[in-house]
Design a protein around this ligand. Structure first.
Ligand SMILES: NC(=O)c1ccc[n+]([C@@H]2O[C@H](COP(=O)([O-])OP(=O)(O)OC[C@H]3O[C@@H](n4cnc5c(N)ncnc54)[C@H](O)[C@@H]3O)[C@@H](O)[C@H]2O)c1
Ligand SMILES: O=CCc1c[nH]cn1
Length: 525
C-alpha cells in the first residue's frame, strides 16, 4: 500500500488505509496557500488514533504568524465585503459542490485523524456541504429594513459584515465545525481565521484549499495551528471582530472573558450532559436504537449526546437488557473499514480519563452491565490505538459523577423514573443542559402545557447556536400522523453576522427527520 503524503494529488480514499497516511506539507494556510508559520511557540504532533501513529508534526503559530494571518484576512475582507450576496452565494455553492465531489476523500482524512468510523465521517461531510449550501442560499437575501417615521421621514438599516472573525474548533467534528463556522461568516461578507484543535489539524486545510479553488479571495479563509496560546493571540487581537468557539465550558468561559476585554461578540458551542427520556409507551426498538445513537456515535464524543438515559420503571428491565445486548454487538475496530461501527477514542489521555469515569461510577455504586474496559483489536497494526468497549451503567443516581459530568466517551448512564413530572424535574436539574430527546407516543398524550418544556440551563449552544432548549411540542393532531412514535428534538441556530440566538426545533417521526440520514444500525444485532 502506498503511503499518502500529498492527499490532494489523487482523489481516492480507496488507496488510503489505516497505518499509511502521513502529512508532510505545511499545515498553516494563509494568503491562499499552505505556508510554514513565520514564528512559533513549540511543536505539536497529530496522531492517528486507530494506531497511535504520528501523522504530522507542526509548529504552533506565534504572534508574528497570527498578525500576518489577520493582515491577509483584512485585505481579503476589503474585496469580499463589496461583493453582492448573490456573488458570495455562487462561490459558496461551488465550494459545496467540490466538497460533495471529494466527500469520500475528506471523510477518509477525517477518520484517520479523528478515529470515528468512516460511515459516520461521510455523514459529517454531507452536513458540511449542506451547511455551505444553506448559507449560500441566505447570502443573496440578507436585507435591511425600512422604517417609516413621522412627518414623511424614514430610517433604514443595512446588514454589514463584522470584519475578520476567528473560528476556534474542537476535535470531534473537525471538518464540519470548520464549515459550520466559516459558511455563515463568509456568506455575510466576513473573513475568517480558523484554528482547529491541535489534535485534529489536518482536514481544515482541505476546506481552505476548496474555498480557494471555489473562488474566495486569497486570505479570506486562513488556518493557523496551535493550542491555547495561539487561540489566546487570536482572541486578543485588536483587529479581530468576533470569535466563534466550539469546545469545553471552561475554555468557553476564558474565550468570553478575553473577548469581553476587546468588546468582541462571541458565539459559544459548549459541552453538555443531556437527558434522553424513554417513556413506557415508546416504540421499544426505536428507543433502543435512539439510545445507542445518542451515546455511542463518534465513540460518545458528541456534545449533545443523551447520556442521562431516564427510563420509566415498568420497561426498565426489558429496555436495559436490549440496550446491553445490542451494545455488546457493536463492532469495534479499524475505523476505515465499512462495517466498523466504533473506532478509537481521540488519544491516550482521553481514553484514560473516560476509563477513570467508569471506575469512579463503580466505586460510587453504579453497576457496569457491559464494557468500560480497554480494548485491543486483533489486527496487529491497531495494537497502539485508543480503543475501549462501549459501556452501559445502571443503578445510577442523579448525584453520581457519571450522571453529572460530561464524560465525552462511550458511556451510557441509565436511571429509572416513575412519573412524568418527576422525570422533567430531574432532567432539567443540571447546569449542563444542551439538548434533549424523548421517546413516547407524544401525540396520544394529554400533557398540560406547563409540563411540556425542558429548559436550557446554560447558555451553551450547539451547531453555532441551538441546543439549549427542548420543547415537547405537540403541534399536529394525532390522526394526521398515525403511528408517530419518535420525537427527537435537535436545535441549530441560524447564525449570521449578528449571531443572535434562535432555536430550531426538529421533530423527527418514524421514517423521517434524523432517520432520513439512513444511518445503518449502530449495532450489528
Ligand atoms: N456544543 C457543540 O456544538 C460542541 C461541539 C463539539 C464539541 N463541543 C465540546 O467540546 C469539548 C471537547 O472539545 P475540546 O476538548 O477540543 O475542547 P477544549 O475547550 O479543550 O478546546 C477547544 C479549542 O479551544 C482551544 N483552546 C484551548 N484553550 C484555549 C484558550 N485559553 N484560548 C483560546 N483557545 C483555547 C483548543 O486549542 C481547541 O482548539 C466538549 O466539552 C464538547 O462537548 C461542543
Ligand atoms: O459535538 C457536538 C455537536 C456538533 C457537531 N458539530 C458541531 N457541533
Amino acid at each position: 500500500m502506498l503511503s499518502r503524503t500529498v492527499w490532494a494529488l489523487c482523489p481516492a480514499s480507496a488507496i488510503m488505509s489505516t497505518g499509511t497516511f502521513v502529512v508532510s506539507q505545511p499545515l498553516n494556510y494563509r494568503g491562499g496557500a499552505r505556508v510554514n508559520p513565520a514564528d512559533g511557540s513549540g511543536t505539536e504532533k497529530a496522531f492517528e488514533p486507530a494506531t497511535g501513529r504520528v501523522i504530522a508534526t507542526f509548529t504552533c503559530s506565534g504572534e508574528k504568524e497570527v498578525n500576518l494571518a489577520v493582515e491577509d484576512a483584512r485585505a481579503a475582507f476589503r474585496t469580499w465585503k463589496k461583493k453582492s450576496g448573490m456573488e458570495r452565494c455562487r462561490v459558496l455553492l461551488e465550494a459545496a459542490r467540490i466538497i460533495r465531489e471529494r466527500k469520500d476523500e475528506i471523510a477518509a482524512v477525517e477518520t484517520i485523524n479523528n478515529g470515528k468510523s468512516v460511515f459516520e465521517a461521510r455523514l459529517d461531510i454531507d452536513t458540511s456541504w449542506q451547511c455551505l449550501e444553506y448559507y449560500a442560499g441566505l447570502a443573496g437575501s440578507l436585507a435591511g429594513e425600512h422604517i417609516q417615521l413621522p412627518g414623511g421621514s424614514f430610517g433604514y438599516t443595512r446588514r454589514e459584515p463584522l470584519g475578520v472573525c476567528v473560528g476556534i474548533g474542537a476535535w470531534n467534528y473537525p471538518f464540519q465545525i470548520a464549515c459550520w463556522k466559516s459558511a455563515p461568516a463568509l456568506a455575510c461578507g466576513n473573513a475568517m481565521i480558523f484554528k482547529p484543535s491541535p489534535f485534529t489539524p489536518v482536514s481544515a486545510l482541505l476546506l481552505a484549499e476548496i474555498y480557494t479553488q471555489a473562488g474566495v479571495p486569497p486570505g479570506l479563509f486562513n488556518v493557523v495551528q496551535g493550542g491555547a496560546a495561539t487561540g489566546q493571540l487570536l482572541c486578543q487581537h485588536q483587529d479581530v471582530a468576533k470569535v466563534s468557539f466550539t469546545g469545553s465550558v471552561p475554555t468557553g468561559s476564558k474565550i468570553m472573558e478575553m473577548s469581553a476585554k476587546g468588546i468582541k461578540p462571541v458565539t459559544l458551542e459548549l459541552g453538555g450532559k443531556s437527558p434522553l427520556i424513554i417513556f413506557s409507551d415508546c416504540d421499544m426498538p426505536n428507543a433502543v436504537k435512539g439510545a445507542l445513537m445518542a451515546n455511542f456515535l463518534t465513540q460518545g464524543e458528541v456534545c449533545c449526546n443523551g447520556t442521562r438515559v431516564f427510563v420509566q420503571k415498568d420497561i426498565l428491565d426489558k429496555f436495559t437488557a436490549e440496550v446491553v445486548r445490542q451494545t455488546q454487538k457493536i463492532k469495534i475496530g479499524d475505523p476505515l473499514l465499512e462495517d466498523t461501527r466504533m473506532g478509537p477514542l481521540i488519544n491516550g489521555p482521553h481514553l484514560e480519563r473516560v476509563l477513570e469515569f467508569v471506575r469512579l461510577a463503580r466505586e460510587q455504586g453504579a453497576k457496569v452491565l457491559c464494557g468500560g474496559d480497554p480494548y485491543v483489536p486483533e489486527d496487529p497494526k491497531l495494537k497502539g490505538g485508543y480503543y475501549m468497549t462501549p459501556c452501559v451503567l445502571t443503578d445510577c443516581r442523579d448525584d453520581m459523577t457519571c450522571v453529572k459530568e460530561e464524560i465525552f466517551g462511550p458511556v451510557m448512564s441509565i436511571l429509572s423514573f416513575d412519573t412524568e413530572a418527576e422525570v422533567l424535574e430531574r432532567a432539567n436539574n443540571t447546569s449542563f443542559g444542551l439538548a434533549a430527546g424523548v421517546f413516547t407516543r407524544v401525540w396520544q398524550r394529554e400533557w398540560p402545557s406547563d409540563h411540556r418544556v425542558l429548559l436550557p440551563t446554560q447558555d451553551s449552544v450547539c451547531g453555532d447556536g441551538g441546543c439549549g432548549v427542548c420543547v415537547l411540542t405537540a403541534g399536529r393532531p394525532k390522526e394526521e400522523h398515525p403511528g408517530t412514535q419518535q420525537h427527537d428534538f435537535q436545535m441549530l441556530n441560524v447564525d449570521l453576522g449578528a449571531f443572535e440566538k434562535r432555536l430550531y426545533f426538529q421533530l423527527s417521526q418514524q421514517g423521517a427527520g434524523r432517520q432520513s440520514l439512513e444511518l445503518p444500525p449502530l449495532s450489528h444485532a
